[in-house]
Design a protein around this ligand. Structure first.
Ligand code: DOR
Ligand code: ZN
Length: 444
């Protein structure tokens, strides 16, 4: 049978760029060929046909804070940035921490342009096991942050015995927080210092190692694995990266955000750079790039956390913490290849392949049998990032003025949704759950 569609260009095969075509039928990659006889061949010439980004950490604010973002706006921003899968975090209204709130959220959210998973929080007094078939991962907040009260995380973790899904940990030990005047980014980094991250990671390792074993464990876990699959979110510091390096044999995985790679507390960003965990120093940024390069850090995730400019436009101490970034993630990382910061195959691995592997979803690779999620880039097409050109409802970016490479086309499950900066089709993204359910499991 002739394939429906083929996307031709340069493909990354075993670390080498080769000309070829990705053949697609019914949303899946069916073959990778030199020259395709598909009914419809879309030829992108020398452009790179790469797997779409898998951003395993976004806050799309839907439901509850849709004046900042909703799933339609957040997911359209993803499409414009070449990201074709997102995982949305639980600090919405309702706060997602059990089956009832999860189902309520899934039913209330706006439609999505990209496939998505929802994370559920581990929270004291709430049952995570009863919804293990729905959540793609769990989120454990050790400390208070936007829309979240830190609680008894030990009890919360204990309740997760029996879930065989990654537990994404916001690792900041509040016991290490200090009073600080809180007028700028350096103060903010002193108030929530790197040692809070280090102690947070150590503490979670110690707790995870002493709980009862989960029935199945992360395939990457080695001999001395803890009993949970711990994924450290948004690493910020050289010391934090060192601790994670030591815990990789125990199966720990980790992510870093573009803002912790590209921005630091010496920059004049004011409240726009306020985020938890905080921006650190230039040295920390270098260490994070190294850790990303050597595989200590698996993935780049945006921690897209939009707030409106008028909400940020207040005293530093009162301003909400959070930085948007779903649209600029892949474009900034691809541009870092041009700057010889990382090789192309490591960037693709960190932005698409590893996060999909961690989540256990058939995405993140241009390979037969995988979902046909593609981001197509012309690497000569370097542009300057401008807040007003982006598609998040929040309308600003701390990366303003930086160079990046935005995709010329974005394909989600075989459907082209973006070409040359225009959005096409309908928002038909589906919720990823195991076993596969549709978003309408709520009956709605
Ligand atoms: O700065 C942050 N903003 N850190 C978080 O953990 C949450 C996020 C948000 O949702 O705004
Ligand atoms: Zn977050």
């Amino acid at each position: 049978m002739r394939p429906e569609t083929a996307f031709a260009g340069r493909l990354l095969m075993d670390g080498e760029l080769v000309s070829g075509a990705v053949e697609v039928t019914d949303g899946r990659i069916t073959d990778i060929v030199k020259t395709s006889d598909a009914e419809d061949v879309l030829d992108f010439g020398d452009a790179l046909v790469l797997p779409g980004g898998v951003d395993m950490h976004v806050h799309f604010r839907d439901p509850g804070y849709t004046h900042k973002e909703d799933f339609l706006t957040g997911s359209s921003a993803a499409v414009f940035g070449g990201t074709t899968t997102v995982v949305d975090m639980p600090n919405t209204i309702p706060f997602i921490a059990d089956r009832t709130t999860f189902v309520e959220k899934a039913g209330a959210m706006a439609d999505s342009w990209v496939d998505f998973g929802l994370a559920s929080a581990l929270a004291a007094g709430r049952d995570p096991v009863a919804m293990a078939d729905l959540a793609v991962c769990y989120k454990l907040f050790m400390a208070s942050t936007t829309g979240v009260e830190g609680g008894d995380y030990e009890e919360s973790l204990h309740r997760a015995v029996g879930v065989a899904k990654p537990i994404v940990v916001h690792a900041e030990d509040p016991g290490q927080f200090r009073a600080s005047p809180g007028v700028d980014l350096e103060d903010h980094s002193r108030a929530r210092p790197f040692i809070a991250e280090v102690e947070g990671i150590r503490r979670i390792y110690s707790l995870a190692s002493h709980q009862i074993p989960a029935p199945s464990v992360h395939p990457a876990q080695g001999e001395n694995h803890p009993n949970f699959w711990i994924h450290i979110a948004h690493l910020t510091s050289a010391e934090g990266a060192d601790v994670v390096r030591g815990l990789r044999p125990a199966g720990f995985t980790a992510e870093v955000t573009p803002h912790h790679l590209f921005l630091d507390s010496s920059m004049e960003l004011g409240t726009l750079g306020k985020v938890n965990p905080p921006l650190r120093t230039v040295n920390d940024r270098s260490a994070l790039w190294r850790a990303l390069g050597d595989g200590t850090i698996d993935a780049v995730a945006s921690d897209h956390a939009p707030h409106l400019p008028e909400e940020k436009d207040t005293d530093f101490a009162d301003a909400p913490a959070g930085i948007p970034g779903v649209e600029t993630l892949y474009p900034l990382m691809l541009h870092s290849v041009k700057r010889d910061m990382l090789p192309l195959n490591r960037v693709v691995d960190a932005v698409a392949t590893r996060p999909a592997e961690i989540l256990g979803i058939p995405k993140g690779k241009v390979e037969v049998g995988y979902d046909a999620d593609l981001a197509i880039f012309d690497s000569s097409n370097v542009t300057e990032i401008k807040g007003e050109d982006l598609h998040s409802r929040c309308g600003w970016t701390p990366f303003d003025g930086m160079e990046a490479i935005f995709p010329v086309a974005t394909v989600v499950c075989g459907r082209m949704h973006q070409r040359d900066g225009a959005l096409f089709g309908d928002p038909e993204g589906k919720m990823l759950i195991q076993p596969q359910h549709s978003r309408t499991m709520n009956g709605g």
